[in-house]
Design a protein around this ligand. Structure first.
Ligand SMILES: C[S@@+](CC[C@H](N)C(=O)[O-])C[C@H]1O[C@@H](n2cnc3c(N)ncnc32)[C@H](O)[C@@H]1O
Length: 343
């Protein structure tokens, strides 16, 4: 099933009988990452019959994207809005009106009419800045093994600053990577380069029922990752012996080019433990991306769903989504093509 739609005046009238329209606004820090935002939303709501509207309303508002959400799934979808990383404000179109009114702070020069249908614009949900701050790597508590060998709780652990030890994945990216893996479809996932636990922490926030295993070569991180709720393995991800199978591998790899060979070996090691429908979501450095893509496509015979570059405060990174499930790739193919042409 395609996950996008282009409406005209006639089809819109039919769609609004069964679907509500949500307008989602990109957070300022990710206003240039519309395509990733759309993919994040679609994947996180995969089970709820959500469609990206290619020619949505209010096109003059920067960073605004619209989706249809099946009416019967509306409450469930709304309950997931606090988990979204790239969008942080959500609005609703109300077609059941006589006089259109903009009841939000959004500024539009267009009349509130879309394909001939009048609508009012209502606030639906604005994410809490306070929660964002609490979840930020600068503020959340973590536990490490200190130099004297004792466990120590610290606030704002951001790694040891070394080339391989930088660890501060922003909240929006951690949520986005987790959401791209379809966290409401999975039971058991693995994070092979877990670092300060941004991804582990966010899994436990988004879907606490997920069983998460983490790996990191640095033994000092073990208490922190266990504290965040993962079954942690201290070791080299390219060598650890795994016996369980996983629904997803989700990770932010070390960005150093010196690490690329190890990353590829780690994926080779873990890939057999990914189940047949499994998904891989990874963020890597831009310079590593091509080598990783070649390896996944040629050596692992994996199916790429999506790949997109992102500038993270001056660092160019790439988010890649892969799957063992050819059917899923085929199903999302057209949608990804449309999203990739959305600016
Ligand atoms: C970019 S950091 C991950 C940051 C993490 N996503 C976060 O939010 O804090 C990469 C981590 O990979 C670990 N690492 C490097 N080489 C490794 C290997 N061969 N096996 C397992 N972990 C490794 C480093 O110790 C580091 O903690």
């Amino acid at each position: 099933m395609d996950r996008f739609i282009e409406v005209d005046g006639v089809s819109l009238k039919n769609y609004v009988l069964d679907y509500n329209v949500i307008c989602c606004k990109l957070r300022n820090s990710r206003v240039k990452s519309k395509q990733l935002g759309i993919m994040e939303f679609l994947m996180s709501m995969y089970d709820l019959d959500v469609l990206f509207i290619k020619n949505g309303p209010l096109g003059d508002i920067k960073g605004l994207v619209s989706f249809f959400i099946k009416k019967q799934n509306w409450d469930k979808a709304v309950s997931r809005l606090s988990y979204i990383g790239y969008f942080d404000e959500f609005y609703e179109l109300d077609f059941d009106i006589t006089t259109p009114i903009n009841k939000t702070n959004l500024k539009t020069i267009n009349p509130l009419v879309w394909k001939g249908l009048k609508f009012s614009l209502k606030n639906l949900y604005i994410q809490s800045q306070e929660l964002y701050e609490t979840q930020s790597p600068h503020n959340r508590p973590f536990k490490i093994v200190s130099q004297d060998g004792n466990e120590k709780e610290i606030i704002g652990y951001r790694g040891d600053g070394s080339e391989l030890g930088r660890r501060a994945l922003p909240v929006e990216d951690a949520r986005c990577l987790v959401n791209l893996s379809m966290p409401f479809q999975e039971k058991k996932v693995i994070e092979p380069f877990a670092g300060g636990g941004g991804i582990v922490y966010m899994y436990k926030y988004i879907n606490p029922n997920i069983d998460i295993t983490s790996i990191d070569i640095d033994s000092t991180l073990k208490p922190g990752l266990e504290y965040y709720g993962s079954k942690h393995i201290v070791g080299d991800a390219s060598e650890v012996h795994l016996t369980d199978s996983y629904d997803a591998i989700v990770t932010e790899v070390p960005f150093s080019q010196n690490a690329t060979e190890k990353i590829v070996k780690a994926m080779k090691n873990i890939y057999p433990n990914l189940n047949d429908k499994g998904i891989i979501v990874l963020m890597c450095g831009e310079k590593q991306s091509e080598q990783i893509i070649k390896y996944f496509a040629n050596e692992l015979n994996s199916n790429m769903i999506f790949s997109k570059k992102l500038n993270r405060k001056g660092t160019d990174v790439v988010v890649q989504i892969w799957t063992k499930n050819f059917e899923l790739q085929k199903e999302l193919n057209q949608t990804v093509e449309v999203v990739s042409r959305t600016f």
